[in-house]
Design a protein around this ligand. Sequence first.
Ligand code: ADP
Ligand code: MG
Length: 385
Amino acid sequence: VARRLSMPAKVKEEEIGKCGSRIMVFVRVRPMNKKEKELNSRCCVRIVNQRDVYLTEFANENDYLRLNRVKGRHFTFDGSFTDSASQLQVYATTTSDLVEAVLQGRNGSVFCYGATGAGKTYTMLGTVENPGVMVLAIKDLFGKIRQRSCDGSHVVHLSYLEVYNETVRDLLCPGRPLVLREDKQGIVAAGLTQYRASSADEVMTLLQQGNRNRTTEPTRVNETSSRSHAILQVVVEYRVRDATTMSIVNRVGKLSLIDLAGSERALATDQRTLRSLEGANINRSLLALSSCINALVEGKKHIPYRNSKLTQLLKDSLGGICNTVMIANISPSSLSFGETQNTVHWADRAKEIRLKVSDTNEDQLPMPETETDQTKLVLELQKEN
Ligand code: ADP
Ligand code: MG
């Protein structure tokens, strides 16, 4: 983590690999599910050496023609997990360093990105038997706090919230939408529950309850397709003696664990009219997130946080002294090859943008209101990158 933090935004090409990056990018493939097996779908994803990802097959002739890609495209990430990787392995590789950093007063964020059904919620929340990153992080955090302080000076607060259709809701206390306000600590959701946690055990139940409060809607793509982004924020506050002044100071570290909405294109559903607004807004948050990350890594002065609720909320977890981790979740099946390819490409881009050196200070891109505008913006962003 220290290595990553001290990395400048602009890195020489030969240093890559030796030093790691500001954004660490991982890929996790889930096991084939029952339906994928029943339909005799092929496995498109091969993971080698816990780093390399090969996309090896095409779903069908149409996909081949449409995507026009060479067989067996190869990608390398900071780490890649096969379908047999354990939750603990994923946690230890991607997030445990960030928990350590939070205890030193730094911010961190972990995002799961991918199509609906690719394993984002499994990775983040998990099940009672196989708890995911959110739960393991809190367990680890309490363990570490116990190890280093017996005076009870650490206070841990949890908030669990949702961004759905550019509306923010409290998942621990569902009710009216929350208003985002700017105060001296940054952007805060007014009235958001700050749950004071005292042990890791109570947290799983709390989070599962919260997860049931997430907005999910039936679509043709998947019956429980989630169009909401869920953010767990873990704030650790503690007192330390300042080495120079010898006075007691308050230190705060914040960890944001984010289960992003399904990244599949809104056009994949047939309820286009009803869904187009939601679709646009989901992409609005995802696009805004990409532009913020681009801008941050390129060292731009203006970071367009204001373009979406998601990026406003994550402002202090993206910029400043912060570690960012992306986990791209994918299905192994040829039935989802298109989505898998999109996700892996996006992850690959997220990994590469740290190399970009830009001398222009770009202004905020206007966020699109319609599908067509959106397509234009996507193309523009692609051209830019
Ligand atoms: P998403 O949140 O991306 O829509 P989910 O996390 O809900 O997808 O995963 C879809 C289904 O696949 C769930 O039933 C989940 O339990 C299962 N699943 C996902 N990833 C794994 C994994 N690594 N191991 C076992 N089951 C998984
Ligand atoms: Mg989910």
